[in-house]
Design a protein around this ligand. Structure first.
Ligand code: AMP
Ligand code: MG
Length: 494
């Protein structure tokens, strides 16, 4: 194999760790692989030219039908709290780390194949991912990237006619995911609960040296590093809340040590706003409902701190005190980030006392009418300080009387800071997306690709790569879901 991908600067930092952290694996081949989509923009970032991406050998590598020389691929081991219950061993059950490379600018990228077959951590499952869930992961990770929300990314999506049994018989696919690191909270939990506490520091150093180099020389580097993770996680939750993103499975094994959105399964963007919305049909109790996400982010950080106590101090009581101090940074970091996010969505420049109430009042109006979250925020950009001009979005709001009353307060608030209508509209349109990956849009692309027609995946990639821009020829992608879309159910089955 001579594909340009193999000629890049592979540094494979994870292989420098002892084998207690992973197992070497080989991908299981797929028959008749077809490239559903290739992300040329991301390929360029990792150091591939447009010509390189035409190489047929690239498809073999990205489908798992060929391996890097020297058996470099690994599956890593982790544990995790799933729906609140500790599971002592999970791990990359259907993902393998192809390796880690450094681009000419010095940035690190890990490449992972998700769905490339069984590993020692597959437990009872088949190591595969179906085309349906792979398209959802591929599209959403790039949609989140374009929204400016920290996320793992996707380089390639390969499909195969090979059958995969879920509730119905589906077909297989492999997503090549890309991130600086795929280390999860659960990696640390694995060694903590196994009482292999001496394994925590090498893993923490691996993460710090690669991704938190500014902390590496500090005597309190572990506390400083955990503090950054807690704050990143809090800020990530604020980003999810203010864009209406529901993750669906916020288990600690699905939480990134870099504060990235990771593992797109039964996620969803809010259509009609309901604060208690549960996007995952497998989540009967609503543990991961939209309005629970910030609290769960905090709880997950507490699980990470529990698992890293031995890094903080040799005396357990002192370690707990330090951990509590670190965890205490979450509520403030979240509150600041989320308020800043909501204020930006309303186009406010100054900070005033009543801002939080103003935001909550608007959310309550949407909640009562299950009005479309994305469209209603986007529509606020058309509000004028002049009370005689009604914004067109008014027609979509169920409780018009409440909205009119709210508009009076909003306009008064805008006038209090001498808000300039056109300038505010520009600011608001840069933070309130017009286009998000609604479930029904993904579903249309899935159904077409299941019949071998991949153009809709490409079309969605293009629309969602510019979520804040008006794209007049693609107006229908900004519409609320059609009534027949109500049947779309997403669950843990993937
Ligand atoms: P998830 O719910 O997708 O985050 O997965 C939880 C755990 O189950 C992880 O260890 C996954 O690697 C593993 N897993 C999920 N689906 C499969 C599958 N089809 N084959 C093997 N392992 C899987
Ligand atoms: Mg997972």
């Amino acid at each position: 194999m001579s594909t340009a991908l193999l000629q890049l600067d592979w540094v494979d930092r994870f292989l420098q760790l002892p084998e207690a952290y992973y197992t070497r694996v080989r991908p299981e081949p797929l028959s008749a692989p077809r490239m559903v989509h290739f992300n040329t923009e991301l390929a360029g970032q990792i150091g591939l030219s447009a010509a390189d991406t035409q190489d047929p050998e690239l498809l073999a590598l990205l489908s798992g039908n060929a391996s890097r020389p020297g058996d470099k691929a690994i599956a890593t081991v982790y544990a995790g709290h799933q729906f609140g219950h500790f599971v002592p061993q999970l791990g990359d059950g259907r993902a393998l780390l192809l390796g880690q490379l450094r681009n000419p600018q010095g940035d690190l990228f890990e490449l992972q194949l998700k769905g490339a077959g069984r590993t020692p951590y597959s437990r009872f499952a088949d190591g595969r991912a179906v085309l349906r869930s792979s398209i959802r992961e591929y599209l959403c990770s790039e949609a989140m990237q374009a929204l400016g929300i920290p996320t793992t990314r996707a380089l390639a999506l390969v499909a195969s006619p090979d059958p995969v049994q879920r509730e119905t018989l589906e077909t297989a696919a492999v997503v090549c995911r890309v991130a600086p690191s795929f280390v999860r909270f659960g990696h640390f939990e694995y060694f903590f609960y196994l009482h292999q506490h001496e394994r925590l520091a090498p893993l923490a150093d691996h993460v710090i040296d690669g991704h938190f180099a500014h902390l590496a020389a500090r005597p309190d580097k572990y506390a400083a590093w955990l503090g950054e993770i807690v704050e990143r996680t809090a800020r990530l939750m604020a980003r999810w809340q203010t864009v209406g993103f529901c993750h669906g499975v916020m288990n600690t094994d699905n939480f990134s040590i870099l504060g990235l959105t990771i593992d797109y399964g039964p996620y969803g963007f809010l259509d009609g706003f309901q604060s208690g919305h549960i996007c995952n049909h497998s989540d009967e109790a609503g543990r991961y409902a939209y309005d629970q996400q910030p609290r769960i982010g905090y709880w997950n950080c507490s699980r990470l701190l529990q698992a890293t106590l031995p890094l903080l101090h040799e005396t357990p009581e002192t370690a707990v005190e330090i951990a509590q101090g670190i965890l205490a940074r979450y509520p403030g970091a979240y509150a600041d980030a989320v308020l800043e996010g909501w204020r930006a969505k309303l186009g406010l420049l100054d900070t005033r006392d009543g801002d939080r109430d103003l935001i909550n009042a608007f959310l309550n109006i949407l909640d009562r009418g299950a009005n479309d979250f994305t469209r209603c925020f986007r529509g606020l950009a058309a509000v004028r300080c002049d009370a005689t001009i009604a914004p067109p979005i008014r027609d979509e709001i169920t409780d018009v009387a409440a909205f009119d009353a709210w508009l009076q307060d909003y306009r008064a608030r805008l006038q209090a800071e001498d808000s300039d209508d056109p300038a505010r509209a520009v600011r608001m349109n840069a933070v309130n997306p017009k286009y998000v990956l609604r479930n029904h849009l993904a579903q249309t692309a899935i159904e077409l690709s299941e019949h071998g027609e991949d153009t809709e995946v490409d079309c969605l990639m293009q629309v969602l790569s510019r979520p804040f821009d008006e794209q007049p020829e693609r107006e229908r992608y900004a519409a609320p879901p059609p009534p027949q879309a109500a049947h779309i159910a997403v669950s843990c089955s993937s």
